[in-house]
Design a protein around this ligand. Sequence first.
Ligand code: FES
Length: 168
Amino acid sequence: MSRSPLPYNPKVLELFRNPKNLGKMEDATVSAVAGNPACGDMITFYLKIDEKREVIEKASFESYGCAANIATSSILTEMIRGKTLREAWEVSWKKVVKEIGGLPSVKFHCGILAVGALRRAIRQYYKKKGKNPEWLPEEQTFEEKQALEEEELAKMLAKKMGEFEGKR
Ligand code: FES
């Protein structure tokens, strides 16, 4: 079966080839992982936070994802730099997809995963601080739920694989 290439726009392709802020951040204030076993993709988001002002000084990511995941993560790190945590929280996956000039719909989840990882990192930060700002919803947002769902699926698959291996 031949697979035709996905119609990525030039901005996505450029960011995929030359991603910005790719790599582990050694001096990160906080980091968070989100994974997508459906395609075997994992992403880690790192934030360096000016804790007095609650502003993101820099952001970086590591991705084992596809072109769309790398491109959306890359653009997200740029979109949130210099923003307060609250402003960064408000960046939805739709905003990311718009900023990147659109994605094929089968690739929306790649952008959702990037935002899920970022929101997790923000929550993680406040958890560590023992703070709960009033704008931070207690309920998980769509992007976070998606990330969680995918991880639960991963656990299930890993368990099944384990059982399978055990039987061999
Ligand atoms: Fe899985 Fe893109 S196909 S992150």
